[in-house]
Design a binder for this molecule. Structure first.
Ligand SMILES: C=C(OP(=O)(O)O)C(=O)O
Ligand SMILES: [Mg+2]
Length: 571
């Protein structure tokens, strides 16, 4: 057995056999063949098996993630059955007398290049579909297995170099008991999704794909960030106990499910949750959340082959608002870019995607995409307590322009006789240090702030949130971060506005006492963190914590801050 240490990304313990998720080697040799018919038969068989697999994947995706996410596989099935693609491959085998692999590769590449060059978004999307489908058919021709998260049908721990947010969205929690990756940090989106799916996860292990072989038994300890490979019987017993203790602890937390969040000296704060899809609302209700503090709408745009329509979006927003009743629902407009890609938008590769064309920057340039979302939100606004916030705001001009588009679409809808709520609060995420520094000026114009510490920390410390090599610099308790957070809260209060936090820091047990003392009004976190946070806050005195403010803000290091908080709060 061996133990590998990584970053604890999602609590809980999982014990199961390993399932390695890696793209196989699909290289092949171009060969001349004598029997073209036999080669065509081989191609047709590979196409048939691929079709069957895609049918299963589509059905699994439909059951676990809904029709919307299953749609991409319908597009793949269409490609597989398209004679315009299949006939030329067969013809090539017959006329050039080459093996099926090279006929497939050359023909598919010809179509991919042709579609990519077209000045039509729909056609460019088809290029991505052909690319995906060709890989699957090629794997069958070469007789190599093509791992697919949506095809897993027995209990496993997924082992991968990295999981993209859309890979993570395909994990079926009935079978995937845990996952562990080489790269990533606590705030990478795969980690955030693991928490909303309640799947134990350890990320940033650097070497897990080398340390584990297919079918090894693996323990994922998402509480302490450890992975144990081929454990002894005693270790299995020990971790089964840890798993049972964790379940018991969850039962204790659950006792506060229907209670408000009140500190020991009677101050109420709002504990709300971060969600990615309407299905995640069930998790908020089960965990006693007081609303939605961040709805990451980009997941509506991912795992698909084209942009979601206004009606599809309207249905999703309406569903969340209706499920939450009169509780607040803060919806963030599209935040694509960084680690969240949309293959069908075909955006150029960037050297620094986190500093590049993302979020509001993209939305203001592609206002055709943005306006559709704004209209869908405005139409849904009468179904609950909607608040809208814009991501990655760096300048007041960006906020004014985005709000201007919102008001324009509101007027357009009203002119068409559509009813729109008149009291939608419009706020911003504070993720960029410049915005935190001049929060006073912003506070005069926005209705609220939600501090996105996942990005604010990476931009302030110049430490990539996805990179485990610099994770030591990713310091939520660094006094520079505390000063920025304090600046935002003070600025909001000076203008009679509220300040929340929707970065992962809001659910951190060392950060919570600090934030309570600084006067944060709303804490938005993974649904599973709500009950532990409520339990903790119940025993904290806000008044006492507020007296430590100046001392904390003038400290010099994160470790000084952490030691101080641990001492004062017995952690
Ligand atoms: C909540 C945030 O947004 P995301 O994690 O989606 O970038 C953040 O940056 O803190
Ligand atoms: Mg962010």
């Amino acid at each position: 057995m061996s133990t590998i240490t990584g970053i604890a990304a999602s609590s809980g313990v999982a014990i199961a056999k390993a399932y390695k998720l890696a793209t196989p080697d699909l290289s092949f040799e171009k060969k001349k063949v004598d029997d073209a018919e036999a080669e065509v038969k081989r191609l047709n068989e590979a196409l048939e098996v691929s079709k069957k697999e895609l049918e299963i994947i589509k059905e699994n995706a439909r059951k676990t993630l809904g029709d919307e996410h299953a749609e991409i596989f319908s597009a793949h099935l269409l490609v597989l059955g398209d004679p315009e693609l299949v006939n030329p491959i067969q013809d090539k085998i017959k006329t050039d007398l080459v093996n099926a692999e090279s006929a497939l590769d050359e023909t598919a590449n010809m179509f991919i290049d042709m579609f990519k060059a077209m000045d039509n978004e729909y056609m460019r999307e088809r290029a991505a579909d052909i690319q995906d489908v060709t890989k699957r058919v090629m794997a069958h021709l070469l007789n190599v297995s093509f791992p697919d998260p949506a095809l897993i049908d027995e209990e496993v721990v997924v082992i991968a170099e990295d999981l993209t947010p859309s890979d993570t969205a395909q994990l079926n929690k009935q079978f995937v008991k845990g996952f562990t990756t080489n790269i990533g940090g606590r705030t990478s989106h795969s980690a955030i999704m693991a928490r909303s799916l309640e799947i134990p996860a350890v990320v940033g292990t650097k070497t897990i794909t080398e340390d584990v072989k297919e079918n090894d038994i693996v323990i994922v300890d998402g509480i302490d960030g450890q992975v144990i490979v081929n454990p002894s019987n005693e270790e299995i017993t020990q971790y089964e106990q840890k798993q049972a203790d964790f379940e018991k602890q969850k039962e204790i937390w659950a006792q506060l499910k229907d209670e408000p969040t009140v500190s020991s000296d009677g101050s109420h704060v709002e504990l709300v949750a971060n969600i990615g899809t309407p299905d995640d609302v069930a998790g908020i209700i089960n965990n006693g959340g007081e609303g939605v503090g961040l709805y990451r709408t980009e997941f509506l745009y991912m795992g698909k082959s084209e942009l979601p329509t206004e009606d599809e979006q309207f249905e999703a927003y309406k569903s969340v608002l209706e499920q939450m009743g009169d509780k607040p629902v803060v919806v963030r407009t599209l935040d694509i870019g960084g680690d969240k890609e949309l293959s069908y938008l075909d955006l150029p590769k960037e050297m620094n995607p986190f500093l590049g064309f993302r979020a509001i920057r993209l939305c203001l340039e592609r206002d055709d995409i943005f306006r559709v979302q704004l209209r869908a939100l405005l139409r849904a606004s009468t179904y609950g307590n909607l608040k809208i916030m814009f991501p990655m705001i760096a300048t007041l001009d960006e906020f004014r322009e985005a709000k201007g588009l919102l008001l324009e679409e509101k007027e357009n809808l009203q002119n068409d006789g559509v009813t729109v709520s008149d009291d939608i609060e419009v706020g911003i995420m504070v993720e960029i240090p410049s915005t935190a520094v001049i929060a006073r000026q912003f506070a005069k114009e926005v209705d609220f702030f939600s501090i996105g510490t996942n990005d604010l920390i990476q931009y302030t410390m110049a430490a990539d949130r996805m990179n485990e090599r610099v994770s030591y610099l990713y310091q939520p308790y660094h006094p520079a971060i505390l000063n920025l957070v304090n600046n935002v809260i003070e600025a909001a209060h000076a203008e009679g506005k509220w300040a929340g936090m929707c970065g992962e820091m809001a659910g951190d047990s060392i950060a919570i006492p600090i934030l309570l003392g600084l006067g944060l009004d709303e804490f938005s976190m993974s649904a599973t963190s709500i009950l532990p946070a409520r339990t903790q806050i119940k025993d904290l005195s806000k008044e006492e914590l507020a007296t430590y403010k100046e001392q904390l803000l003038s400290m010099s290091t994160a470790s000084e801050v952490e030691a101080f908080v641990r001492e004062k709060t017995n952690q």
